[in-house]
Each structure stands twice: as C-alpha cells, then as structure tokens.
Design a binder for this molecule. Structure first.
Ligand SMILES: Cc1cc2nc3c(=O)[nH]c(=O)nc-3n(C[C@H](O)[C@H](O)[C@H](O)COP(=O)(O)OP(=O)(O)OC[C@H]3O[C@@H](n4cnc5c(N)ncnc54)[C@H](O)[C@@H]3O)c2cc1C
Length: 373
C-alpha cells in the first residue's frame, strides 16, 4: 500500500480505533465513522482488563502477549488510557481450586505469563486490600488495566492531526469499491475499508455475516461501586474464573464442584478491577441465547457482591451503576481455527469482529495483523 493510502474505518469501538492507530502508524490517511455520537458498545462497558493470564497456550497467548506490549507502548505515549501494569490475582477459595492453580503455575509457559503461585500470606503481601478468606492465589504479573471510559477519547485526541478525521454520528449504510456512503448520503472515498461493527451483526455487516456465519453474540452484566477507601493493587478473579478461561482447561478442572445455582444459571465468575477514582468494576455473567433478557438479574449481582465481600473481607461500598454489555465472538466450533473473524467481504473491504471477551486485550495486535495481511 502506498504512503498516500486513504483508509475508511467503520466503527468507533476499540477495534476500529486500534485499526486507526495502526493505519496512522503506517502513514495512511484515516477517516473513522461511528454511528453514535460517541461509541457506547462493549469497548466502554468492559473491565479494561488487558488479560494475559487466562489465555489458551499457543496462538491465543501469543496474540495477547503482543497486544500487551503494544498497550504498554501506547500507555507510555497516551497517559489518558490509564494503562497500569498492575498484574492480577486469581484467588482460590478451596484446596481443589488451589491445586488447579498449581497445575497452571507448573506449565511450561507459566514464565511467559508471569505466573507465581502464592499462599494466603503471599497474596496479602501483594494486595493488602485482601482481608477475607482464601487458600492462596495465582499472581500474573503481565495482566494490566486501562480505563475503558477514557481509552477511546484519549486515542482520538492522540490521533487528532491532519491525517485523521473522526466522524461520529455517521452510520455507514453502503459499501462500493473504493467508497462508503453514510446515512446522510455523503460518500467517503478511500483505497481500503475496514469494518469493525462490533456486535452489530445486522446493518452494514449483516449480509456478509449471514453468509459466512461463525459469530455469535454474548451478553454480560456488570456493576460499579462508589470509591473504596483502600487501594486494590491488582485486578482480581475468583475460582469460578477457572471454569471459563481456557488456560485452566487442565485435569484438575474436572474436580471443581458445581457452582452455586444463581452463579451457574448466570454463568458467573467474579472479576474485579479498581478504577482510577477508587470505584470497583465488578462482573460478570454470560448469556448466549438470543433474544437476550432486557432487564438485569439481581440474583447474579447478589452472588457477585457476596464473592467480592468474602475476598476483600469488608462490605462493598454502595453500588452506583449497573449495566449490561454485548460482545461479538467466534462460535465455539470456529474458535479452533480463528481467534476472531476477519474476511475480505468486497474487493478492498475487510470485516473484523468477533474477538469475544478478549477484544479489549487483543485489539492492538489484531489491528497489526490486519495490516500485515
Ligand atoms: C461487559 C463486558 C466486559 C468485557 N471485559 C473485557 C475485558 O476486561 N478485557 C477484554 O479484553 N475484553 C473485554 N470485553 C470484550 C471487549 O470489550 C470487546 O471484545 C471489544 O470491546 C469489541 O470492540 P469492537 O470495537 O469490536 O466493538 P464495539 O465496542 O461494539 O464497537 C463497535 C462500534 O461500531 C459502531 N457501528 C456499528 N455499525 C456501524 C455502522 N454501520 N456505521 C458506523 N458505526 C457502526 C457501533 O456503534 C460501535 O460503537 C468485555 C465485553 C463486555 C461486553
């Protein structure tokens, strides 16, 4: 591609925006269109976890590690991202969970992930805010945190220059060779179109996804507390996360007892991140069958609140916000072949979506791969 290449990016979430960053890094002119006045999808509703620890060994781990490097580089250039190399602790509440963590810590790639198995005292030394009950934990030094509500505006500010145009409030409705048209009827000429519509599986990407299949949508519930008057030095996960993250698909997983019914129904795991203002972002649940429920399930929140309080050993501050979010992910059957969905859907138009629950983490590395293809 020549230096004067003009790229139109459709979608203002983290995937589209990381493609804008990568395109500008290569010296291309970029126009980015977002249908909402500002992005409001999964990219601003997530934990902001740059999560290496749970990734499957092989290509998934390599993608996450490359993304972790790129986040760290960007974090140094763009302080507004709130990037912090805080690490994480996955906490075991029973000996069964602890043995599974030990299995993970003994794997050949444990060092690449920065894993260290700690007893309860070791956990408290790393994260003194943990004053509750647990048997030990797996420290992952490579996990990191960004501030999801700040990332996109911070990156738009970083990109703002002669070669970048951010056009919010423009829904792309048509693609033809070398141009897209938005809902106002305006055409945007270009050499390359990159479509990053997130979980919008109808609309502009609909006919392509209907033909190719291979992606589904997942709905999650989240909440955020008022500021906690203690510093939670790392991100946290509870033993239920061992059921869901592929890195823990090890023999000891079969010995885990069933989850409590409310947690099993909601496919809940506790993830907890302290925000820059001291509030705690807490989640999550997983709903796969559409139509999704439109209301929020309080039983799942009760369960997550109970788990967080048991580990922190203090009552949580008042819950200030609750929300749900939806992401796009490759279907489990296709997940053996691809970590996300990328396809040239028209000559010079590439659709990229479906990174699932690792999209915030992997977005910079996915964008790098798109421009290498
Ligand atoms: C609750 C929750 C927690 C999560 N936690 C994490 C986490 O901690 N770490 C992690 O790695 N991942 C996490 N994820 C996953 C991650 O957030 C997503 O994979 C990622 O944000 C997807 O980014 P995206 O840009 O593809 O999608 P989106 O953020 O949905 O952005 C797509 C954008 O495209 C726009 N759009 C769609 N169609 C058009 C059109 N025709 N014209 C113009 N604009 C259009 C939409 O309005 C939207 O703003 C989480 C997801 C959720 C829902």
């Amino acid at each position: 591609m020549a230096a004067k290449t003009r790229v139109v990016i459709v979608g203002g979430g983290v995937l589209g925006t990381m493609h804008a960053v990568e395109a500008r890094r290569r010296g291309f002119e970029v126009v980015q269109l977002e249908r909402e006045p500002e992005a409001r999808g999964a990219s601003v509703r997530n934990f902001g976890l740059v999560w290496v620890s749970g990734r499957k060994a092989g290509p998934e781990l390599s993608l996450a590690l490359r993304a972790r490097e790129l986040w760290s580089e960007l974090g140094a250039k763009v302080p507004g991202l709130g990037f912090r190399a805080a690490g994480s602790l996955t906490l075991a509440s029973s000996d069964t969970e602890l043995s599974l963590l030990k299995e993970a810590a003994d794997l050949p790639d444990a060092q690449r992930r920065g894993f260290e198995l700690l007893d309860a005292a070791g956990v408290r030394a790393v994260n003194p805010a943990l004053r509750g009950e647990f048997a030990g934990g797996l420290h992952c030094r490579l996990d990191a945190i960004v501030e999801p509500r700040q990332v996109l505006p911070a990156l738009h500010g970083y990109l703002a220059s002669d070669g970048y145009e951010w056009l919010p409030g423009r829904e792309v409705t048509e693609i033809v060779p070398n141009a897209v048209r938005d809902h106002t009827g305006t055409w945007h000429q270009c050499d390359l179109v990159i479509l990053c519509p997130g979980a919008a599986h109808t609309g502009i990407a609909g006919r392509y996804l209907a033909k190719s299949g291979g992606v589904r949508r997942v709905r999650l519930q989240m909440m955020q507390t008022a500021p906690l008057d203690a510093r939670v030095t790392t991100a946290l996960a509870d033993g239920d996360s061992l059921r869901y993250y592929p890195a823990f698909d090890l023999p000891g997983r079969a010995a885990l007892p069933p989850q409590p019914p409310a947690a099993e129904r909601a496919r809940a795991q506790l993830l907890l991140v302290q925000r820059a203002d001291g509030g705690l972002t807490i989640g999550d649940t997983h709903e796969y069958a559409e139509p999704f429920t439109f209301d929020l399930d309080e039983d799942a929140y009760d369960h997550l609140r109970g788990r967080a309080e048991a580990l922190l050993g203090v009552p949580l501050p008042r819950i200030q916000r609750r929300w749900a979010g939806v992401y796009s992910e490759v279907e489990p059957a296709a997940a053996q072949r691809a970590l996300y969905h990328r396809a040239e859907v028209e000559p010079g138009a590439v659709l990229v979506t479906g990174p699932g629950g690792r999209g915030m983490t992997c977005s910079p590395a996915i964008a790098e791969e798109t421009f290498r293809c």
